[in-house]
Design a binder for this molecule. Structure first.
Ligand code: NAG
Ligand code: NAG
Ligand code: NAG
Ligand code: NAG
Ligand code: NAG
Ligand code: NAG
Ligand code: NAG
Ligand code: NAG
Ligand code: NAG
Ligand code: NAG
Ligand code: NAG
Length: 466
């Protein structure tokens, strides 16, 4: 009886507080459900660390919070409470700049707005009026209609994270944050689930495929419908639930699958959903640092050692803004300079390869190295080329440029890398002008002379007759 009374007392106080606006007093935190209309600023929840709603068992919290030590970016997020990991963020690309902005729950949905009413983020138009907001014990934040049907759920709008039980359908993706401890806006890496596979992409270049991972097992040949994780592993499954690919993982009740801001795909496992410390086993893809697109910045050279990797610049390159660039007098060719400029090539190294080469097929029409170079010269989006003598394969480098890898193993030491530069001394320009000018000018002059002499001849004849 006593718990019941205190609970209802708590709720009445809670509801009373809701209808008070502009107080700086901290409000009670709702459990599992919240009913519209509610408008909350982080000021009101300052004592609860921005938390305004918790799941029934308390493992998840809906919060208005600012990650890290910065003061200018607040987010509406769902956190895994024991580890304070954000598993979903509403307004990642439009953070709340100050504490006076608010989160509104109305019959129309959930929104984040400035105090003047300008909307930063909101749920899409819904089929029916909202009667409640519910935070489930799975971490899913759901808007319900009057019959308790789901109108919208955060699990369908993933940010950079997937948790146990959540499905990531084919055609959708996780995208990294610029920095997971301060700036949650969308970064440059993506985990795409396709009908055939799951892949990591950076600027349209693939740097990992689940099907190629040494830990993955193919079970069935069928189109993939979604990716998910549970107690026993990570799965790509067909629509009826048949496993297409699987990666077995040590048994764990809860997992946080995340695409990190450095481009790594990581699975952290927890004994139970309430554990605050993770298990020792962490799945990472790609495993080698040198397989990350920007392991050493743009055009930096990544070398693998026994347990680690190191970064240097290729010979004749200088270090610049976290990566490397050609020396003082040389400028690298950009796709925008194509057409008007002439090019030459700078040797980058022997045994040097590129993160993306593993996951694409070579340029089929290139038969030899001079062929490879000529094709690159005539292709505006080609910024350099790799040629492997032993396999006679040609690959192009394309903007934006990622890191290079020192292959360092005997079988790949036959790969040569060149970057395109804007040279002032290209042979192509000279041959073009030297050939075109002498041929064109005389022929114009010649035809002029032919016409003039023809005319003169004609006039002479007629004048002769007259
Ligand atoms: C959000 O709440 C504020 C304060 O209650 C209100 O003035 C505003 O109209 C609400 N916005 C929406 C979209 O309902
Ligand atoms: C509302 O406030 C924000 C931030 O102060 C400002 O950028 C925006 O222009 C304002 N909107 C209106 C309609 O005044
Ligand atoms: C919706 O769910 C709540 C809480 O479980 C319950 O109290 C209510 O009766 C449900 N409403 C309907 C229409 O099922
Ligand atoms: C990726 O490819 C798409 C379609 O081919 C293109 O529209 C987009 O600009 C590309 N993105 C980058 C960063 O190259
Ligand atoms: C990922 O990269 C591959 C090339 O390896 C490209 O075909 C695909 O369209 C890219 N996907 C996205 C979503 O950019
Ligand atoms: C996890 O999901 C897979 C695929 O549906 C299933 O085969 C496996 O039994 C599940 N594991 C547990 C522990 O439920
Ligand atoms: C690469 O070469 C360097 C020096 O030649 C050597 O110290 C290093 O162990 C090599 N790394 C691998 C992975 O073979
Ligand atoms: C490399 O890693 C192995 C096992 O992970 C460890 O035993 C060894 O001490 C490490 N070596 C160095 C040089 O760090
Ligand atoms: C390279 O291949 C092209 C086209 O097949 C051919 O015309 C050319 O002679 C070859 N060059 C060399 C050096 O083999
Ligand atoms: C340039 O090369 C890319 C491959 O790197 C290719 O997709 C594209 O079609 C080529 N463009 C032309 C005009 O040949
Ligand atoms: C040119 O390269 C830049 C990156 O350096 C890229 O953002 C842009 O989309 C590229 N433009 C074209 C036409 O490929």
């Amino acid at each position: 009886m006593l718990p019941f009374i205190s609970l209802s007392l708590f709720f009445s106080l809670f509801l009373l507080f809701f209808h008070f606006h502009g107080t700086s007093a901290s409000k009670g935190v709702a459990v599992e459900y919240m009913f519209p209309p509610v408008s909350a600023t982080s000021l009101l929840y300052i004592d609860s660390g921005g938390m305004f709603l918790t799941s029934r068992k308390g493992d998840f919290q809906a919060v208005i919070y600012k990650p890290g030590t910065q003061e200018s970016r607040y987010y509406l997020s769902v956190l895994h409470a024991p580890t304070k990991t954000q598993i979903w963020t509403a307004n990642r690309n439009r953070p709340i700049p100050d504490r006076s902005s608010m989160v509104n729950l109305t019959a129309n949905g959930l929104s984040v707005e400035f105090s003047n009413g300008t909307v930063l983020w909101s749920t899409p138009p819904l089929k029916a009026p909202v009667s409640a907001l519910r935070l489930l014990d799975t971490g899913n934040l759901v808007l319900l209609d009057v019959a308790n049907n789901s109108l919208w759920e955060s699990f369908n709008y993933p940010s950079d994270t997937l948790v146990s039980g959540q499905l990531l359908p084919a055609g959708s993706y996780l995208s990294s944050s610029v920095s997971s401890d301060s700036d949650l806006s969308q970064g440059d890496y993506r985990l795409d689930v396709t009908a055939a596979d799951a892949l990591l992409n950076w600027s349209n270049a693939t740097y990992w495929r689940l099907s190629n991972d040494k830990n993955s097992v193919k079970d069935w040949d069928a189109p993939v419908a979604y990716m998910t994780t549970n107690d026993s592993g990570l799965y790509l499954q067909e629509s009826k639930g048949t496993i297409v690919f699987q990666i077995s993982l040590p048994t764990a009740q809860f997992r946080i699958v995340q695409l990190r801001s450095d481009g790594r795909f990581q699975i952290i496992s927890y004994q139970t959903i309430s554990s605050s410390t993770s298990m020792d086993h962490v799945f990472m893809a790609p495993t080698s640092n040198c397989d990350l697109p920007l392991a050493c910045g743009s055009l930096g050279l990544c070398s693998l050692h026994l347990n680690s990797s190191s970064c240097t610049c290729p010979p004749q390159f200088i270090s610049q803004s976290g990566g490397c660039t050609a020396g003082n007098d040389v400028s690298l060719a950009t796709n925008t300079s194509c057409g008007s400029s002439t090019f030459s090539y700078m040797f980058v190294g022997l045994g040097v390869t590129y993160f993306a080469n593993k996951y694409r097929s070579p340029i089929a029409s290139a038969r030899n190295i001079s062929n490879c170079r000529d094709l690159c010269s005539s292709n505006c989006s080609c910024s350099g080329y790799f040629f492997d003598i032993s396999s006679q394969s040609c690959f192009f480098l394309q903007h934006p440029l990622g890191s290079l890898t020192n292959a360092n193993t005997s079988e790949s030491s036959n790969a040569m890398a060149y970057v395109k530069t804007q040279g002032s001394y290209s042979q192509h320009k000279f041959t073009l002008e030297n050939n075109v000018v002498p041929i064109v000018v005389p022929s114009v002059v010649a035809s002029f002379l032919v016409i003039v002499s023809g005319l003169a001849c004609f006039m002479w004849r007629y004048s002769g007759i007259l």
